[in-house]
Every structure is written in C-alpha cells, then in structure tokens.
Design a protein around this ligand. Structure first.
Ligand SMILES: [Zn+2]
Length: 54
C-alpha cells in the first residue's frame, strides 16, 4: 500500500498521489478526500489544523 494521509476535514485516508484536492496552509501541504473537504478547509483552516500531533 502506498502511504496515505488523513483528510483533515473528514478523517478519511487519502493517497496523496491520487488526491482529488490539495491545499497549502502555513507551509504545509494538505490533501483532501474531495473538493468539498478542501473548500471547508479553505473556509476555516485553523479549525482543522489546530490540534496536530496527537
Ligand atoms: Zn475529507
């Protein structure tokens, strides 16, 4: 399996090489399970990246 990352909005596992959407925030690249999640993230990034590292 390729490495996957968690969609910060809905928690789904996403393959970064095949992600339907991505965005950069605070020098970090995030990938999303859908453009809907990307749009939600863009609206309020701090809501989704406030508790990284757990
Ligand atoms: Zn998602």
């Amino acid at each position: 399996m390729a490495n996957t990352v968690e969609c910060p909005v809905c928690g789904m596992q996403v393959d970064p090489d095949n992600a339907p959407a991505s965005d950069t925030y605070d020098d970090q690249t995030y990938v999303f399970s859908s453009t809907t999640c990307r749009d939600a993230f863009t609206e309020d990034p701090g809501r989704y990246v406030g508790n990284t590292g757990s």
